[in-house]
Design a protein around this ligand. Structure first.
Ligand SMILES: *Cc1c(COP(=O)(O)O)cnc(C)c1O
Length: 431
Protein backbone atom coordinates (compact mmCIF):
# COMPACT_ATOMS: atom_id res chain seq x y z
CA UNK A 1 0.00 0.00 0.00
CA UNK A 2 1.46 3.34 -0.97
CA UNK A 3 0.94 6.30 1.32
CA UNK A 4 -0.35 9.66 0.22
CA UNK A 5 2.44 12.20 -0.28
CA UNK A 6 2.66 14.82 2.45
CA UNK A 7 1.54 17.64 0.22
CA UNK A 8 -1.63 15.78 -0.72
CA UNK A 9 -2.64 14.74 2.75
CA UNK A 10 -5.55 16.38 4.45
CA UNK A 11 -5.52 17.31 8.10
CA UNK A 12 -8.18 14.64 8.74
CA UNK A 13 -5.57 12.10 7.72
CA UNK A 14 -3.04 13.09 10.35
CA UNK A 15 -5.08 14.81 13.04
CA UNK A 16 -8.58 13.36 13.03
CA UNK A 17 -9.71 14.65 16.44
CA UNK A 18 -8.24 18.09 15.90
CA UNK A 19 -9.81 18.33 12.48
CA UNK A 20 -13.22 17.36 13.88
CA UNK A 21 -13.05 19.83 16.76
CA UNK A 22 -11.26 22.74 15.18
CA UNK A 23 -10.83 22.46 11.42
CA UNK A 24 -9.52 26.01 11.20
CA UNK A 25 -6.59 25.27 13.51
CA UNK A 26 -6.05 21.81 12.00
CA UNK A 27 -5.68 23.36 8.58
CA UNK A 28 -2.95 25.64 9.89
CA UNK A 29 -1.05 22.70 11.36
CA UNK A 30 -1.31 20.84 8.07
CA UNK A 31 -0.13 23.91 6.18
CA UNK A 32 2.87 24.15 8.50
CA UNK A 33 3.65 20.48 7.95
CA UNK A 34 3.63 21.09 4.23
CA UNK A 35 5.83 24.18 4.58
CA UNK A 36 8.36 22.27 6.69
CA UNK A 37 8.32 19.41 4.18
CA UNK A 38 8.72 21.48 1.03
CA UNK A 39 11.26 24.10 2.10
CA UNK A 40 14.95 24.09 2.79
CA UNK A 41 15.10 25.17 6.42
CA UNK A 42 18.41 26.83 7.18
CA UNK A 43 17.68 28.64 10.44
CA UNK A 44 20.49 27.28 12.63
CA UNK A 45 18.42 27.21 15.84
CA UNK A 46 15.74 25.03 14.25
CA UNK A 47 15.50 21.33 13.57
CA UNK A 48 13.09 18.45 13.02
CA UNK A 49 12.28 16.38 16.11
CA UNK A 50 11.59 12.69 15.70
CA UNK A 51 8.11 11.22 15.73
CA UNK A 52 8.96 9.67 19.10
CA UNK A 53 9.73 13.11 20.57
CA UNK A 54 6.53 14.51 19.05
CA UNK A 55 4.49 11.67 20.53
CA UNK A 56 5.99 12.08 23.99
CA UNK A 57 5.24 15.79 23.99
CA UNK A 58 1.61 15.16 23.05
CA UNK A 59 0.68 12.82 25.91
CA UNK A 60 -1.53 12.97 29.02
CA UNK A 61 1.55 13.89 31.06
CA UNK A 62 0.26 17.31 30.03
CA UNK A 63 -2.56 16.89 32.58
CA UNK A 64 -0.41 16.58 35.68
CA UNK A 65 0.75 19.19 38.17
CA UNK A 66 4.03 18.39 39.92
CA UNK A 67 5.60 21.42 41.57
CA UNK A 68 8.80 20.40 43.30
CA UNK A 69 11.27 17.68 42.39
CA UNK A 70 11.00 13.87 42.26
CA UNK A 71 10.31 12.56 45.76
CA UNK A 72 9.66 16.11 47.03
CA UNK A 73 6.44 17.24 45.35
CA UNK A 74 3.66 19.50 46.54
CA UNK A 75 1.01 17.35 44.83
CA UNK A 76 0.14 13.66 45.10
CA UNK A 77 -0.20 11.18 42.26
CA UNK A 78 3.42 11.42 41.11
CA UNK A 79 3.99 7.66 40.73
CA UNK A 80 4.77 7.99 37.04
CA UNK A 81 5.79 11.63 36.76
CA UNK A 82 8.63 11.21 39.25
CA UNK A 83 10.01 8.38 37.15
CA UNK A 84 9.72 10.43 33.97
CA UNK A 85 11.70 13.29 35.46
CA UNK A 86 14.26 10.98 37.08
CA UNK A 87 14.79 9.33 33.71
CA UNK A 88 15.35 12.68 31.98
CA UNK A 89 17.75 13.82 34.71
CA UNK A 90 19.74 10.56 34.66
CA UNK A 91 20.01 10.65 30.88
CA UNK A 92 21.12 14.29 30.88
CA UNK A 93 23.80 13.59 33.48
CA UNK A 94 25.03 10.51 31.60
CA UNK A 95 25.04 12.17 28.17
CA UNK A 96 26.94 15.29 29.23
CA UNK A 97 28.89 13.80 32.14
CA UNK A 98 27.73 16.21 34.82
CA UNK A 99 26.93 15.72 38.53
CA UNK A 100 23.62 17.51 38.35
CA UNK A 101 20.88 18.29 35.85
CA UNK A 102 17.71 20.32 36.16
CA UNK A 103 15.33 19.63 33.28
CA UNK A 104 12.49 21.91 34.36
CA UNK A 105 13.29 25.31 32.80
CA UNK A 106 10.53 26.24 30.36
CA UNK A 107 12.99 27.44 27.75
CA UNK A 108 16.49 28.86 27.31
CA UNK A 109 15.69 32.39 28.47
CA UNK A 110 14.05 31.33 31.77
CA UNK A 111 16.94 28.89 32.31
CA UNK A 112 19.37 31.77 32.09
CA UNK A 113 17.25 33.92 34.37
CA UNK A 114 17.41 31.11 36.93
CA UNK A 115 21.20 31.30 36.78
CA UNK A 116 21.05 35.00 37.68
CA UNK A 117 18.69 34.22 40.53
CA UNK A 118 21.02 31.50 41.79
CA UNK A 119 24.27 33.46 41.72
CA UNK A 120 23.64 37.23 41.60
CA UNK A 121 21.69 40.06 43.23
CA UNK A 122 19.85 42.78 41.30
CA UNK A 123 22.31 45.51 40.33
CA UNK A 124 25.30 43.16 40.22
CA UNK A 125 27.61 43.36 37.25
CA UNK A 126 27.35 40.54 34.72
CA UNK A 127 29.30 39.99 31.55
CA UNK A 128 28.43 38.49 28.19
CA UNK A 129 29.03 38.88 24.51
CA UNK A 130 27.26 41.87 23.00
CA UNK A 131 24.07 40.94 21.16
CA UNK A 132 25.17 42.49 17.83
CA UNK A 133 28.40 40.47 18.05
CA UNK A 134 26.49 37.20 18.33
CA UNK A 135 25.64 37.07 22.04
CA UNK A 136 22.15 36.41 23.43
CA UNK A 137 19.67 38.91 24.86
CA UNK A 138 19.77 37.11 28.22
CA UNK A 139 23.51 37.68 28.63
CA UNK A 140 22.88 41.13 30.10
CA UNK A 141 21.73 43.01 27.01
CA UNK A 142 19.83 46.23 27.78
CA UNK A 143 16.35 45.45 26.46
CA UNK A 144 16.27 42.14 28.37
CA UNK A 145 15.33 41.88 32.05
CA UNK A 146 18.89 40.64 32.53
CA UNK A 147 20.20 43.99 31.32
CA UNK A 148 17.60 46.05 33.19
CA UNK A 149 17.90 44.35 36.58
CA UNK A 150 21.63 43.68 36.36
CA UNK A 151 24.51 45.81 35.14
CA UNK A 152 25.54 44.21 31.87
CA UNK A 153 29.01 44.75 30.46
CA UNK A 154 29.75 43.34 27.03
CA UNK A 155 32.68 41.90 25.18
CA UNK A 156 33.16 41.71 21.44
CA UNK A 157 34.86 39.83 18.66
CA UNK A 158 37.86 41.31 16.86
CA UNK A 159 36.95 43.22 13.73
CA UNK A 160 39.83 41.72 11.73
CA UNK A 161 39.31 38.04 12.64
CA UNK A 162 35.70 37.78 13.81
CA UNK A 163 37.02 35.80 16.81
CA UNK A 164 36.64 36.53 20.52
CA UNK A 165 39.32 38.94 21.69
CA UNK A 166 40.47 37.20 24.88
CA UNK A 167 42.91 39.96 25.88
CA UNK A 168 40.00 42.39 25.85
CA UNK A 169 37.75 39.90 27.69
CA UNK A 170 40.36 39.50 30.45
CA UNK A 171 40.91 43.25 30.73
CA UNK A 172 37.15 43.90 31.00
CA UNK A 173 36.64 41.10 33.53
CA UNK A 174 39.47 42.29 35.78
CA UNK A 175 38.24 45.87 35.61
CA UNK A 176 34.52 45.13 36.14
CA UNK A 177 34.72 42.01 38.38
CA UNK A 178 31.40 40.57 37.16
CA UNK A 179 29.49 38.02 39.24
CA UNK A 180 28.73 36.00 36.11
CA UNK A 181 30.54 35.58 32.83
CA UNK A 182 28.52 34.09 29.96
CA UNK A 183 30.19 32.42 27.03
CA UNK A 184 28.32 31.14 24.02
CA UNK A 185 25.84 32.87 21.78
CA UNK A 186 23.46 32.76 18.87
CA UNK A 187 25.57 33.70 15.87
CA UNK A 188 29.01 32.27 16.62
CA UNK A 189 30.43 30.20 13.76
CA UNK A 190 33.56 29.18 15.64
CA UNK A 191 34.53 26.79 18.45
CA UNK A 192 34.09 28.27 21.91
CA UNK A 193 37.32 28.19 23.90
CA UNK A 194 35.84 27.20 27.27
CA UNK A 195 39.28 26.81 28.86
CA UNK A 196 40.22 30.40 28.03
CA UNK A 197 36.96 31.70 29.50
CA UNK A 198 37.42 29.53 32.61
CA UNK A 199 40.84 30.98 33.25
CA UNK A 200 39.49 34.52 33.01
CA UNK A 201 36.54 33.65 35.26
CA UNK A 202 38.94 32.24 37.84
CA UNK A 203 41.22 35.29 37.70
CA UNK A 204 38.30 37.66 38.11
CA UNK A 205 36.31 35.61 40.66
CA UNK A 206 33.29 35.14 38.39
CA UNK A 207 30.96 32.19 37.94
CA UNK A 208 31.40 30.90 34.39
CA UNK A 209 28.17 30.08 32.59
CA UNK A 210 28.51 28.20 29.31
CA UNK A 211 25.36 28.79 27.29
CA UNK A 212 25.44 25.96 24.76
CA UNK A 213 21.86 26.42 23.53
CA UNK A 214 22.97 26.29 19.91
CA UNK A 215 25.65 23.63 20.10
CA UNK A 216 24.34 21.19 22.74
CA UNK A 217 23.74 18.52 20.09
CA UNK A 218 27.25 18.96 18.75
CA UNK A 219 28.68 18.65 22.26
CA UNK A 220 26.58 15.55 22.96
CA UNK A 221 27.65 14.03 19.66
CA UNK A 222 31.33 14.79 20.12
CA UNK A 223 31.47 17.38 17.34
CA UNK A 224 32.30 20.32 19.63
CA UNK A 225 34.46 20.32 22.80
CA UNK A 226 32.49 19.99 26.03
CA UNK A 227 32.32 22.82 28.55
CA UNK A 228 31.86 20.34 31.40
CA UNK A 229 35.47 20.42 32.69
CA UNK A 230 35.50 24.23 32.63
CA UNK A 231 32.12 25.82 33.31
CA UNK A 232 30.48 26.23 36.73
CA UNK A 233 27.06 26.08 35.14
CA UNK A 234 25.92 24.97 31.70
CA UNK A 235 22.70 26.29 30.26
CA UNK A 236 21.14 24.83 27.17
CA UNK A 237 17.94 24.70 25.24
CA UNK A 238 16.81 21.24 24.21
CA UNK A 239 15.30 22.14 20.84
CA UNK A 240 18.18 23.33 18.69
CA UNK A 241 20.98 20.96 17.59
CA UNK A 242 20.01 18.64 20.47
CA UNK A 243 16.80 17.93 18.54
CA UNK A 244 14.40 17.66 21.45
CA UNK A 245 11.21 19.51 22.36
CA UNK A 246 11.17 23.24 23.11
CA UNK A 247 12.64 23.34 26.59
CA UNK A 248 15.90 23.79 28.49
CA UNK A 249 18.26 22.27 31.03
CA UNK A 250 20.75 23.53 33.56
CA UNK A 251 23.76 21.30 34.21
CA UNK A 252 26.26 21.80 37.01
CA UNK A 253 28.67 20.31 39.47
CA UNK A 254 27.17 19.02 42.72
CA UNK A 255 28.22 22.13 44.69
CA UNK A 256 25.78 24.27 42.67
CA UNK A 257 22.91 21.77 42.53
CA UNK A 258 20.88 23.22 45.42
CA UNK A 259 21.24 26.82 44.28
CA UNK A 260 20.12 25.97 40.76
CA UNK A 261 17.17 23.82 41.79
CA UNK A 262 15.94 26.47 44.22
CA UNK A 263 16.25 29.16 41.58
CA UNK A 264 14.21 27.23 39.00
CA UNK A 265 11.57 26.21 41.56
CA UNK A 266 10.30 27.93 43.64
CA UNK A 267 12.42 30.89 42.53
CA UNK A 268 11.16 31.38 39.04
CA UNK A 269 8.67 28.77 37.93
CA UNK A 270 5.66 26.80 39.08
CA UNK A 271 4.77 23.36 37.79
CA UNK A 272 7.12 21.76 35.29
CA UNK A 273 5.80 20.89 31.84
CA UNK A 274 5.83 17.13 32.27
CA UNK A 275 5.04 16.34 28.64
CA UNK A 276 8.13 18.35 27.73
CA UNK A 277 10.22 16.60 30.36
CA UNK A 278 9.16 13.29 28.81
CA UNK A 279 10.08 14.44 25.33
CA UNK A 280 13.45 15.68 26.63
CA UNK A 281 14.03 12.19 28.06
CA UNK A 282 13.30 10.67 24.65
CA UNK A 283 15.57 13.17 22.86
CA UNK A 284 18.39 12.43 25.32
CA UNK A 285 17.94 8.72 24.69
CA UNK A 286 18.19 9.36 20.95
CA UNK A 287 21.23 11.57 21.48
CA UNK A 288 23.02 8.71 23.26
CA UNK A 289 22.81 6.47 20.17
CA UNK A 290 25.72 6.07 17.73
CA UNK A 291 23.53 7.48 14.95
CA UNK A 292 23.36 10.78 16.81
CA UNK A 293 27.16 11.04 16.78
CA UNK A 294 27.03 10.58 13.02
CA UNK A 295 24.36 13.27 12.77
CA UNK A 296 26.39 15.74 14.87
CA UNK A 297 29.51 15.24 12.77
CA UNK A 298 27.48 15.42 9.56
CA UNK A 299 25.98 18.76 10.68
CA UNK A 300 29.50 20.19 10.95
CA UNK A 301 30.73 18.57 7.72
CA UNK A 302 27.72 20.00 5.89
CA UNK A 303 28.27 23.48 7.34
CA UNK A 304 31.94 23.43 6.33
CA UNK A 305 31.06 22.25 2.80
CA UNK A 306 28.36 24.90 2.53
CA UNK A 307 30.76 27.60 3.74
CA UNK A 308 33.35 26.51 1.15
CA UNK A 309 30.75 26.54 -1.61
CA UNK A 310 29.59 30.03 -0.60
CA UNK A 311 33.16 31.35 -0.46
CA UNK A 312 33.72 29.93 -3.94
CA UNK A 313 30.73 31.99 -5.10
CA UNK A 314 32.21 35.21 -3.73
CA UNK A 315 30.31 35.47 -0.44
CA UNK A 316 31.97 37.04 2.60
CA UNK A 317 31.57 34.94 5.76
CA UNK A 318 32.16 36.27 9.26
CA UNK A 319 35.43 34.76 10.54
CA UNK A 320 35.99 33.33 7.06
CA UNK A 321 34.07 30.09 7.58
CA UNK A 322 32.77 27.82 10.30
CA UNK A 323 33.75 25.18 12.87
CA UNK A 324 30.21 24.26 13.82
CA UNK A 325 26.66 24.20 12.44
CA UNK A 326 26.36 27.87 11.61
CA UNK A 327 27.49 30.24 8.88
CA UNK A 328 27.10 34.01 9.16
CA UNK A 329 27.03 35.66 5.75
CA UNK A 330 27.94 39.33 5.35
CA UNK A 331 26.13 40.58 2.25
CA UNK A 332 27.66 44.06 2.25
CA UNK A 333 29.77 43.34 -0.84
CA UNK A 334 26.73 41.94 -2.63
CA UNK A 335 24.90 45.20 -2.09
CA UNK A 336 21.79 43.38 -0.87
CA UNK A 337 20.61 44.12 2.70
CA UNK A 338 20.18 41.03 4.91
CA UNK A 339 16.45 41.51 5.29
CA UNK A 340 15.85 41.89 1.56
CA UNK A 341 17.87 38.72 0.94
CA UNK A 342 16.12 36.78 3.72
CA UNK A 343 12.65 37.70 2.46
CA UNK A 344 13.54 36.85 -1.13
CA UNK A 345 15.06 33.51 -0.09
CA UNK A 346 11.87 32.77 1.84
CA UNK A 347 9.90 33.23 -1.37
CA UNK A 348 12.40 30.85 -2.98
CA UNK A 349 11.63 28.16 -0.37
CA UNK A 350 14.86 28.72 1.55
CA UNK A 351 14.17 29.76 5.12
CA UNK A 352 16.91 31.83 6.81
CA UNK A 353 17.02 34.76 9.18
CA UNK A 354 18.53 38.19 8.70
CA UNK A 355 21.15 38.94 11.31
CA UNK A 356 23.63 41.59 12.36
CA UNK A 357 27.27 40.97 11.57
CA UNK A 358 29.98 42.17 13.98
CA UNK A 359 30.51 45.96 13.68
CA UNK A 360 27.42 46.13 11.47
CA UNK A 361 26.95 49.68 10.17
CA UNK A 362 23.25 48.93 9.60
CA UNK A 363 20.47 48.75 12.21
CA UNK A 364 19.55 45.44 13.98
CA UNK A 365 16.12 45.46 12.32
CA UNK A 366 17.72 45.98 8.91
CA UNK A 367 21.20 44.45 9.20
CA UNK A 368 23.88 43.41 6.72
CA UNK A 369 23.89 39.68 7.31
CA UNK A 370 22.03 36.44 6.91
CA UNK A 371 22.47 33.58 9.37
CA UNK A 372 22.22 30.02 8.11
CA UNK A 373 22.87 26.57 9.52
CA UNK A 374 22.76 22.90 8.69
CA UNK A 375 20.98 21.05 11.56
CA UNK A 376 17.61 20.72 9.81
CA UNK A 377 18.88 19.67 6.42
CA UNK A 378 21.21 17.16 8.07
CA UNK A 379 18.28 15.68 10.01
CA UNK A 380 16.61 15.12 6.63
CA UNK A 381 19.65 13.28 5.36
CA UNK A 382 21.25 15.80 3.02
CA UNK A 383 25.03 15.38 2.81
CA UNK A 384 28.10 17.33 1.72
CA UNK A 385 27.37 16.35 -1.89
CA UNK A 386 24.26 18.56 -1.78
CA UNK A 387 25.91 21.69 -0.43
CA UNK A 388 27.00 23.02 -3.83
CA UNK A 389 23.36 23.00 -4.92
CA UNK A 390 22.32 24.73 -1.70
CA UNK A 391 25.00 27.40 -2.19
CA UNK A 392 23.89 27.83 -5.80
CA UNK A 393 20.29 28.42 -4.76
CA UNK A 394 21.40 30.95 -2.16
CA UNK A 395 23.62 32.67 -4.74
CA UNK A 396 20.85 32.82 -7.34
CA UNK A 397 18.33 33.86 -4.67
CA UNK A 398 20.46 36.73 -3.39
CA UNK A 399 21.07 37.90 -6.95
CA UNK A 400 17.36 37.70 -7.73
CA UNK A 401 16.72 39.67 -4.54
CA UNK A 402 19.02 42.39 -5.84
CA UNK A 403 17.31 42.59 -9.23
CA UNK A 404 13.77 41.90 -7.98
CA UNK A 405 13.46 38.84 -10.25
CA UNK A 406 10.42 37.06 -8.79
CA UNK A 407 10.37 34.44 -11.57
CA UNK A 408 13.89 33.35 -10.65
CA UNK A 409 12.80 32.97 -7.02
CA UNK A 410 9.80 30.84 -8.02
CA UNK A 411 12.03 28.66 -10.16
CA UNK A 412 14.36 28.06 -7.21
CA UNK A 413 11.35 27.24 -5.03
CA UNK A 414 10.35 24.48 -7.42
CA UNK A 415 13.86 23.04 -7.55
CA UNK A 416 14.13 23.11 -3.75
CA UNK A 417 10.77 21.37 -3.28
CA UNK A 418 11.76 18.70 -5.76
CA UNK A 419 14.99 17.86 -3.95
CA UNK A 420 13.30 17.91 -0.55
CA UNK A 421 10.73 15.33 -1.71
CA UNK A 422 13.57 12.81 -1.80
CA UNK A 423 14.46 13.53 1.84
CA UNK A 424 11.39 13.00 4.04
CA UNK A 425 11.65 14.93 7.28
CA UNK A 426 11.54 13.21 10.67
CA UNK A 427 8.25 13.75 12.43
CA UNK A 428 6.35 14.78 9.31
CA UNK A 429 3.83 12.79 7.29
CA UNK A 430 5.91 10.72 4.87
CA UNK A 431 5.41 10.24 1.19
C1 LIG B 1 18.17 30.18 21.76
C2 LIG B 1 19.08 30.71 22.83
C3 LIG B 1 18.60 31.05 24.10
C4 LIG B 1 17.14 31.17 24.44
O1 LIG B 1 16.34 30.16 24.22
P1 LIG B 1 14.74 30.34 24.15
O2 LIG B 1 14.29 28.95 24.31
O3 LIG B 1 14.46 30.95 22.82
O4 LIG B 1 14.33 31.23 25.29
C5 LIG B 1 19.52 31.41 25.07
N1 LIG B 1 20.82 31.46 24.81
C6 LIG B 1 21.31 31.18 23.59
C7 LIG B 1 22.78 31.26 23.35
C8 LIG B 1 20.46 30.80 22.56
O5 LIG B 1 20.95 30.55 21.34
Amino acid sequence: MTQTPAHQQTSAHQHPALTATDPELAALVTAEERLQADTLRLIPSENYVSTAVLEASGTVLQNKYSEGYPGRRYYEGQQNIDQVERLAVARAKALFGTDHANVQPYSGSPANLAVYLAFAEPGDTVMGMALPMGGHLTHGWGVSATGKWFRGVQYAVRQDTGLVDFDAVRELALKERPKLIFCGGTALPRTIDFAAFAEIARESGAVLVADIAHIAGLVAGGAHPSPVPYADVISTTTHKTLRGPRGAMLLAREEHAKAIDKAVFPGLQGGPHNQTTAAIAVALHEAAQPSFRSYAHAVVANAKALAEALLARGFDLVSGGTDNHLVLMDLTSKDVPGKVAAKALDRAGIVVNYNTVPYDPRKPFDPSGVRIGTPSLTSRGLGTEHMAAVADWIDRGVRAAGTGDEDALLKIRGEVAELMTAFPAPGLPTA
